[in-house]
Structures are given as structure tokens and as C-alpha cells.
Design a binder for this molecule. Structure first.
Ligand SMILES: [Fe+2]
Ligand SMILES: [Fe+2]
Length: 325
């Protein structure tokens, strides 16, 4: 068997060996390199899901752009939501280097065949939610994404470097908004506490199910797509956030949350995994609304895509005429 290699199937063993050695040496796999089908499929799924999350993630906060309490807050929020659109676009581009087609990925999202982060299926009830999303959701995104800057797939890792810089601005703008509100009136402080109470547990769920219920994690870690387990990342997020909550003067809604001297880390309660399951399978508080909005935006954008395609064709024709002349 080992000696019968056709032109279509070159030395498969050599390629696999080269791939494995690249991963072992902590070097990057690039689009031109051979990679196992499973690696390619896993990456496309993960990057697409990440891209969809950035795009759907524009909605909960986007609803507050027209209701921002000042010009300054409006400008900050506008910039942040625009950044998220940019993150989506870098990520769709990274998926395209693996042979995926962006229009196809969008179709999969709209038809409900690909997922996005569970967190964006919760409603934003007050302007304090904008601050808490920046603090918790962008904070959790940072915990997840900083290790992805060392992911084994080159285009994904490089996209993450830029995205993480912007996420850290997002987190700080959220925290700064909350600091301002906490220095305000009793009503404003109550709004912040209420938003913290509603977003804390869903934010912990952003890291995915516990390790023993996350069957694909081990393979992703062996491929060095993922660097840390869900539970490890969740723990990091809790350890990072508790001192920030103290400084802000809010209470995190977990009676089991306390410092564990022995472990040198915080102990904390168990998220409601049934709730996560419900939200992931389309039955969260805002799933229908988010998908409906995304579908409408896609339909309303059809003329832009047609115009851009016509323009590109015209440019190409002109370039060809110019070259022929
Ligand atoms: Fe983002
Ligand atoms: Fe962000």
C-alpha cells in the first residue's frame, strides 16, 4: 500500500508527518500547507461561529445607539459596534483562506445551520447593560481570544492579535461607563447592580459546557487550535473579574463565590447548564429576534451586494480594455 501513491494522493504519510511536526514545534499552519480534513473542518466551524458571533453581537448594544444619554456615549458606542463588524469581516476572511465561501457561511447562519455565541440571545434592558456587556462579555472574549493569538492556524492567530487590541478598548469603555454610573445617583447604582445580576451567569456560560461535557475540546487542544480548556478559561475570567467588581462596588450574584487560599483561585457556583442548552438550541429570550433582524439586514443589503459586484465587473472590464489597448 505504502508504495502506490497516485498523482492525486501524494505521499499522504509524509504530509501528515510534516503537519504533526509543525504542530509539535509550535509553528503555524498556513493556507498553502496540507492539513487533515478534520483540522480544516474544525477551524472553519470555529472561525465561522466566531465571525457570526461578532456580527450578531452588534445587535444587543446597537439598539442603544439612538438612545445613548450623551453625544460622547453615542460616539463611543458607535465606534465599538463598528469594531465588532470589522471583527466579523476579518474572521470571514480567515475562514475563506480555508476554502470556505462567505456567502455560504452567511446562508448557514441565516438558515440556523451554524451557531453564534449564546450570550447575544439576552436582552439589553437599560444603558447599564452597555457597560456590563463591555466589562463582562468583552472581558470574557479577551480571556478566550488572547490564547487564540497563539493558535496553530496562522490567519486565525493573526486576526486575533488585532481583534484582542480592540476588545481591550471595549472592556475599558464598559468599565469606565460603569464607574461613572456608580459615582452617580442611587437609581444609577441600582441599574448597574441589576445589569450585573442579569449578565453574570450568562457570561460564565460563554466559555461553553464544563470540560467533561465538551467532547471536541481534547482534539482542538491536541491540534493547538485551542490552548486552554473551557473550565480553565472560566476560572481565569472569574479571578480577573472579582477584584474589578470590588473596586466598582457591585456584588456578583453568586453566594458560593469566595477566595480559596489553598488553590490560590476563587471557588464559584455552577451555572445553569440547562439554560445554556435551551439558549444554544434556539430557545433563549431573544434568539428569534436576533435571527429575524439578521435576515432582514441581509435582504435589505441585497442591492449593495449587487451594486458592488457590478462595479467590480466594470472595473475588471476596464482593466482588460486598458491592457489590450
Ligand atoms: Fe469583537
Ligand atoms: Fe468587543
Amino acid at each position: 500500500m505504502a508504495t502506490t501513491h497516485s498523482a492525486e494522493a501524494p505521499d499522504r504519510d509524509g504530509l501528515q508527518e510534516h503537519f504533526d511536526a509543525t504542530i509539535t514545534r509550535d509553528q503555524r499552519i498556513e493556507p498553502r500547507d496540507w492539513m487533515p480534513d478534520g483540522y480544516r473542518k474544525t477551524l472553519i466551524r470555529q472561525i465561522a461561529q466566531h465571525a457570526h458571533s461578532e456580527i450578531i453581537g452588534m445587535q444587543p448594544e446597537g439598539e442603544w445607539i439612538t438612545k445613548a444619554p450623551s453625544l460622547r456615549r453615542k460616539a463611543i458606542l458607535f465606534a465599538k459596534v463598528q469594531d465588532e463588524a470589522g471583527h466579523g469581516l476579518y474572521l470571514y476572511s480567515a475562514a475563506e483562506t480555508l476554502g470556505a465561501d462567505r456567502a455560504d457561511l452567511t446562508a448557514r447562519l441565516i438558515e440556523g445551520r451554524q451557531k453564534y455565541s449564546s450570550i447575544f440571545n439576552y436582552p439589553t434592558l437599560s444603558f447599564a447593560d452597555v457597560g456590563v456587556i463591555g466589562w463582562f462579555v468583552d472581558g470574557a472574549a479577551i480571556c478566550n481570544q488572547v490564547p487564540l493569538c497563539r493558535s496553530s492556524y496562522g490567519p486565525y492567530a493573526r486576526a486575533m492579535v488585532r481583534i484582542c487590541k480592540e476588545e481591550s478598548f471595549h472592556q475599558r469603555q464598559g468599565y469606565e461607563l460603569l464607574l461613572t454610573m456608580m459615582r452617580g445617583t442611587d437609581a444609577q447604582r441600582a441599574m448597574v447592580q441589576d445589569a450585573v445580576d442579569r449578565w453574570w451567569w450568562p457570561s460564565l456560560m460563554m466559555f461553553g459546557p464544563p470540560d467533561d461535557a465538551s467532547p471536541n475540546s481534547a482534539q482542538s487542544m491536541a491540534w493547538k487550535i485551542k490552548r486552554h480548556s473551557n473550565d480553565e478559561l472560566r476560572q481565569r475570567f472569574v479571578d480577573m473579574t472579582v477584584p474589578q467588581a470590588d473596586k466598582l462596588g457591585v456584588r456578583l450574584p453568586d453566594p458560593e463565590l469566595r477566595w480559596n487560599e489553598e488553590r490560590g483561585r476563587h471557588d464559584f457556583g455552577t451555572p445553569d447548564w440547562d439554560e445554556l442548552k435551551r439558549v444554544i438550541t434556539g430557545n433563549g429570550p431573544c434568539n428569534d429576534r436576533r435571527m429575524e433582524r439578521r435576515r432582514t439586514a441581509h435582504e435589505e443589503g441585497a442591492w449593495v451586494r449587487e451594486a458592488a459586484t457590478a462595479h467590480a465587473a466594470k472595473q475588471a472590464a476596464r482593466a482588460k480594455d486598458g491592457a489590450a489597448a
